[in-house]
Ligand binder design. Structure first.
Ligand code: FAD
Length: 531
């Protein structure tokens, strides 16, 4: 007999794990969580420094490539996305940041009623288990463990000092009263191990008879009858299944796959669907539109001494990690230090540049190993104006969709000017006296005397994603023609179907996106429960 579920959650990523975990707290509710990827058994997931090698594990990664980007010298950019229990939170860099309060007030002002900073803060706090303890801005009892790093490379402290010399004050807490400044990131770790959304929300739920987790289950489409989502069709172990649902289908496939799956289910821009022979269930022009991402530029210098993580791949690090009770370099998230800065273009008090400092040479996401030792400063622009889209390439769920991020495509060229400002400020910090002892030859850019035109060419040649796609099933008010979901995350025109993940963000928050996505899922759980 086909089992009966109240809720089917599609995708066990940051949002899906949090949502399935919360909903299944009620023993009267039966939840099915479907994940295309495998269980999260791989040890590189759990040893934080393993992320340097994780990028090459294709079996845990959707391993996407964007369409060639006209503004980036025609390059197709690599987009890793987690395909495993925990989703992208199982392969991410663990930096715990939320963005600025004003980012959420901007959501509310844009029609996302109920998502202002005052209204979302309780959900950030509810999710958070901060080892520093609770206060007005932080939670200490939540499932998502947040800790200070156990091991910090001396160069990360040098970065903070150099940033201070460049005028950026030291900030011990980017999620405290002030985001502006430089410091060490707090990380989503527990006892020196990664705390993915699966660790945080599924482990405590493991014994619950009302939660069923199926891995290796690729959802092909959501079925809709008489305007109501009534189940999903998925493949697992080479077998097709049609699973009916009692109450709701909750789509948590992430910013690339959620719009793809809606379109495969006939929900999206009607003309585009018809061209692929997909029957139109609901014409929703906004599905796949409004794609936003943080574009990032890395500045690299050689280091004069062998103190970097360029040899972190050594087996010794792993031995040390496991034999010394999760201590040493194995606990590093590699992007240990960073900061939030304001450019000369910032329209308000919110920082508009984020830094991630890496005490290693990082080229092409670590996929291209450079010889020697060095350090890298990432700088990204936090509020891009450019918008792209996700489109279907084929009518099959297993095929990658077309990812067209439209980087630097805003008509007035503002994003490009900001990226040049990012590159300029990053170089300024790395040239400060604190780095004098450590700074070797410049690597990227190779010349130190570049003017803005030279930096522009550098950005076009080297900028990459910092992994925060969002906005492709954007939420908005009833009169917003481009909105895909309403402020309660319900898909317009379809009953019993919500989207809950990074794709619903009206605009990118100014920071990393894991904590904001988990906040969205925490709030969605209350909305679904009618609280
Ligand atoms: C390399 C990398 C580094 C990052 N670093 C940081 C960081 O340091 N700090 C931070 O805050 N954020 C970071 N991020 C971003 C953050 O991790 C993501 O924004 C967040 O995890 C997205 O959550 P999500 O739930 O929207 O999607 P995901 O976590 O990607 O989850 C989507 C899930 O749905 C599954 N799925 C998709 N389609 C289907 C289907 N058809 N059938 C079944 N299952 C499906 C996927 O396999 C996946 O498990 C990083 C991301 C990456 C990739």
């Amino acid at each position: 007999m086909t089992p009966v579920y109240d809720y089917i959650v599609i995708g066990a990523g940051s949002a899906g794990c949090a949502l399935a975990g919360r909903l299944s707290e009620d023993p009267a509710v039966r939840v099915l969580l479907l994940e295309a990827g495998p269980r999260d058994r791989h040890p590189l997931i759990h040893m934080p420094a393993g992320l340097a090698k994780l990028v090459r594990r294709r079996e845990l990664n959707w391993d996407y490539l964007t369409a060639p980007q006209a503004a980036l010298d025609g390059r197709a950019l690599w987009w890793p996305r987690g395909r495993v229990l925990g989703g992208s939170s199982a392969i991410n860099a663990m930096c715990y940041t939320r963005g600025a309060p004003g980012d959420y007030d901007a959501w509310a002002a844009a029609g996302a009623a109920g998502w202002s900073w005052r209204e979302v803060l309780p959900y950030f706090r509810r999710a958070e288990g901060n080892a520093r303890g609770a206060d007005a801005l932080h939670g200490a009892d939540g499932p998502l463990s947040v800790s200070d790093l156990r091991h910090v490379n001396p160069l990360s402290q040098v970065f903070v000092e150099a940033a201070g010399q460049a005028g950026l004050p030291a900030n011990p807490d980017f999620n405290g009263p002030e985001q502006y400044g430089a410091g060490l990131y707090q990380v989503t770790q527990r006892d020196g191990a990664r705390c993915s959304a699966a660790t945080a929300y599924l482990r405590p739920a493991r014994g619950r008879p009302n939660l069923t987790v199926v891995t290796g289950a690729l959802v092909n489409r959501i079925t809709v009858r008489d305007g109501r989502a009534d189940g999903v069709v998925y493949n697992a172990g080479g077998q097709p299944f049609h699973q009916p649902v009692q109450r709701e289908v909750l789509l948590c496939g992430g910013a690339v796959n959620s719009p793809q799956l809606l379109m495969l289910s006939g929900i999206g821009p009607a003309d585009a669907l018809r061209r692929l022979g997909i029957g139109v269930v609901q014409d929703l022009q906004g599905v796949g539109a409004d794609l936003q991402d943080h574009l990032d530029i890395c500045t690299l210098y050689a280091c004069t001494e062998r103190i970097t993580y360029d040899r972190i791949g050594d087996l010794g690090v792993a031995w040390n990690y496991y034999l010394r009770g999760r201590r040493g370099a194995g606990t590093s998230n590699i992007a240990e230090a960073g900061g939030f800065d304001r450019s000369e273009f910032a329209p308000d008090e919110r920082p508009d540049i984020q830094y991630h400092f890496v005490p290693a040479l990082l080229d092409d996401h670590g996929r291209h190993r450079l010889p020697g030792d060095g350090f890298t400063l990432h700088a990204c622009y936090l509020r891009p104006r450019s918008r792209g889209r996700i489109r279907l390439a084929t009518a099959r769920a297993g095929d990658p969709p077309l990812i067209e991020p439209g980087y630097l495509s805003d008509p007035d060229g503002f994003d490009l000017r900001m990226m040049v400002a990012c590159a300029r400020r990053a170089r300024d910090i790395l040239r400060r006296p604190a780095f004098d002892r450590w700074r070797g030859a410049p690597i990227f850019p190779a010349r130190e005397d570049l003017d803005d035109a030279g930096l522009e060419a550098f950005v076009r040649a080297k900028a990459e994603t910092i992994y925060h796609p969002a906005g492709t099933c954007r939420m908005g008010a009833a009169d917003d023609a481009g909105a895909v979901v309403d402020p309660e995350l319900r898909v317009r025109g379809i009953e019993g179907l919500r989207v809950v993940d990074a794709s619903v963000m009206p605009s990118l928050p100014g920071g990393n996106t894991n904590a904001p996505v988990i906040m969205i899922a925490e709030r969605a759980a209350d909305l679904i429960r009618g609280l």
